[in-house]
Design a protein around this ligand. Structure first.
Ligand code: G3H
Length: 334
């Protein structure tokens, strides 16, 4: 049961708004990052929001996005099952090219929420597309996130060379006309490796967007994309301005790569044949004296190290978001 639907997710965001904390929204494309996250979030009693991007679905499905989406959704549900927290699944940056998949995810209730990203389109087209997705999800409980403005940088299949800041008045019109449950805003964060200290983060703009929404009777939680590399004080400031969801992909990709790089550097002698030994992978070195060491080349060994490191970094990020100790699982007495 730990997979929780959009109805519970709405409740989680309401609580986050009322108690001024946020959820890190963590991208996964395989199981090692997911397991590290499940361990960390359970340890500190936080609900967990995991995201599947269109690129991750394509990767997990060996090029077939539909297969990858279904496989990742099933894997997350199965692995989450024994953990006593709510685990939510969000589709991240799904675009007009993935409309059929969005419909399938809604029809088959594969996820708790969906981000439709039509931010590359004109304002009117963005409204039309986002509204169509919100309409499709109506009555299912699945929450819809839509984006207004453009975030600089590259995220999977989405890229922009320029940042286009979200206009507070347009934000009100956009949320009203689309019926989106969450609003992703552009206030100076960037996708990819970015350094918080160099960003021109417009916290004032986030505050104005939040104020304009509240004045207009709209309470859509704000979403910040491109938050890998933000400083803890920047995270806290943005949460103070109504941001309830902070997207992180690059940070975990780095943790994965770095842990693997260090592990393989340390254990290279057990994997790569020394000079003078014939490099005979085809026969698994059967003809010579030298043998590789299964204790270090088995992918489960480096996988375990990655899970442990992800757990450690996730704990620090949960601390920034303030979601520890707030699981709805306790509240329901389950
Ligand atoms: O939706 C995904 C995130 O916005 C990725 O941001 O590259 O800073 O991790 P990031």
């Amino acid at each position: 049961m730990p997979f929780c639907d959009g109805v519970r997710l709405r409740e989680a965001y309401r609580r986050a708004q009322a108690e001024r904390f946020a959820f890190m929204a963590n991208n996964v494309a395989e199981q090692n990052i997911l397991i590290g996250l499940l361990e960390a979030y359970t340890e500190v009693r936080s609900d967990l929001l995991v995201q599947i991007s269109a690129g991750a679905a394509k990767f997990a499905g060996g090029g077939d996005k539909r297969a990858g989406l279904r496989a990742l959704s099933a894997m997350i549900r199965e692995l989450a099952e024994p953990y006593p927290i709510c685990v939510f699944i969000n589709l991240d940056h799904f675009t007009t090219g993935e409309m059929e998949l969005i419909e399938e995810a809604i029809d088959d209730r594969l996820v708790s929420s969906i981000m439709i990203d039509a931010s590359q389109e004109s304002f009117e087209e963005n409204v039309r597309i986002s509204h169509a997705v919100a309409e499709k999800a109506e009555g299912t409980g699945i929450l819809i996130e839509a984006e207004l403005g453009k975030i600089k940088g590259v995220e999977d299949e989405i890229s922009s060379d320029e940042a286009l800041y979200t206009d507070p008045d347009e934000a009100v019109e956009f949320v009203r006309r689309t019926g989106a449950d969450l609003l992703a805003i552009s206030v100076g964060t960037q996708h990819g490796v970015s350094k918080g200290r160099d960003l021109e983060l417009r916290a004032d703009l986030a505050a104005r967007i939040r104020d304009r929404l509240v004045e207009s009777g709209l309470d859509a939680p704000l979403v910040l994309h491109g938050t890998s590399g933000l400083l803890p004080e920047q995270v806290r400031e943005m949460i103070g301005y109504g941001v309830c969801k902070l997207n992180k992909d690059t940070h975990y990709q780095y943790v994965y790569g770095r842990t693997a790089a260090e592990f393989f550097a340390e254990h290279a002698a057990g994997i790569v044949p020394p000079e003078g030994v014939e490099d005979d992978v085809v026969n698994l070195f059967a003809k010579g004296d030298w043998s590789p060491d299964k204790k270090v080349f088995d992918p489960r060994v480096v996988g375990g190290a990655i899970q442990g490191k992800v757990r450690e970094i996730a704990l620090a990020l949960i601390d920034q978001a303030g979601s520890g100790g707030k699981t709805l699982w306790d509240k329901e007495g389950q």
